[in-house]
Design a protein around this ligand. Sequence first.
Ligand code: HEC
Length: 134
Amino acid sequence: MFKKFLAIAVIVAACYSCNNNETKSAGGETKDTTAAKPAEPAVAANPEAEKGKELIAGDNCLTCHKIDEAVTGPAYRDVANKYSNDDETVTKLANKIIKGGSGVWGQIAMTPHDTLSVDNARLMVKYILSLKNK
Ligand code: HEC
């Protein structure tokens, strides 16, 4: 009878001390669960650019373009920094994407995207121009 009581007492003591340790270590750190995701203000604030980003991801653009690095085509950030963000530019670049062509960034040609609608090409351009940082 006494042995049984002792065994229970030991278990209880062990549990108590291990609980105690946990409380101590948990109290030592404060975890910030409200930490925000990396911000993408230009895109998040602009639903047209957000849509354009999705369209670009769903097309073949990223095989030749990266945001910050020239690959086959110019970096999108360089394109954004070269032009002013106005309606005329959006129309001009949208038509260039549809027709393809070369000569502005070098001798390599962009392939035509003639199944793309002007509206969708314009959304893509709006996303690209939203990357402007100059
Ligand atoms: C086969 C490779 C390739 C693909 C695919 C491609 N591009 Fe290009 N892109 C280029 C090249 C090369 C240039 C530079 C053309 C030049 O110098 O005139 C360019 C230029 C551009 C420009 C700048 C045009 C200018 O006159 O300044 C934009 C905007 C652009 N691409 C967007 C897109 C979008 C959006 C897509 C997807 C629908 C796309 N590209 C797909 C190769 C590509």
